[in-house]
Design a protein around this ligand. Structure first.
Ligand code: SF4
Ligand code: SF4
Length: 113
């Protein structure tokens, strides 16, 4: 933990008021480019009726882009910020997530590949 925080500080990603690791992931996500498809072609969908009775909401912890959030007890999913890591498809053991690759040429474009 100490080693990671020191490394982030050396690259200039941290601030005095926010945890260094949090600033680092947000800074990196800001370098990505998205070609967002229409809502009719969202490459991930969730079933609200299943999420409503989910006992753990693992998706909200697994998604590095914070696409899943519990707001006032309701699961809110935003596919637009997805970085296509696949973590939510693994984390959801309730059968709510349907995950497919985005249609070409839509989706994420990484800065280094
Ligand atoms: S883990 Fe699956 S069922 Fe639970 S809230 Fe997330 S998407 Fe919905
Ligand atoms: S594929 Fe990754 S980034 Fe996209 S919604 Fe799932 S966990 Fe989040």
């Amino acid at each position: 933990m100490t080693l990671q925080a020191k490394h982030v500080g050396e690259t200039g990603g941290g601030t005095a008021s926010a945890p260094a690791e949090f600033v680092e992931i947000k800074r990196r996500l800001a370098t990505l480019r998205y070609a967002t498809d229409s809502k009719d072609h969202a490459h991930i969908t969730v079933k609200p009726e299943i999420c409503a009775r989910c006992p753990h909401s693992f998706c909200t912890f697994a998604c590095p882009a914070q696409c899943y959030q519990r707001i006032e007890g309701r699961l809110v999913f935003r596919y637009e910020d997805c970085i296509e890591c696949g973590a939510c498809d693994i984390a959801c053991d309730q059968g709510s997530v349907t995950w497919t690759m985005p249609r070409g040429p839509y989706g994420i474009r990484y800065a280094y590949g």
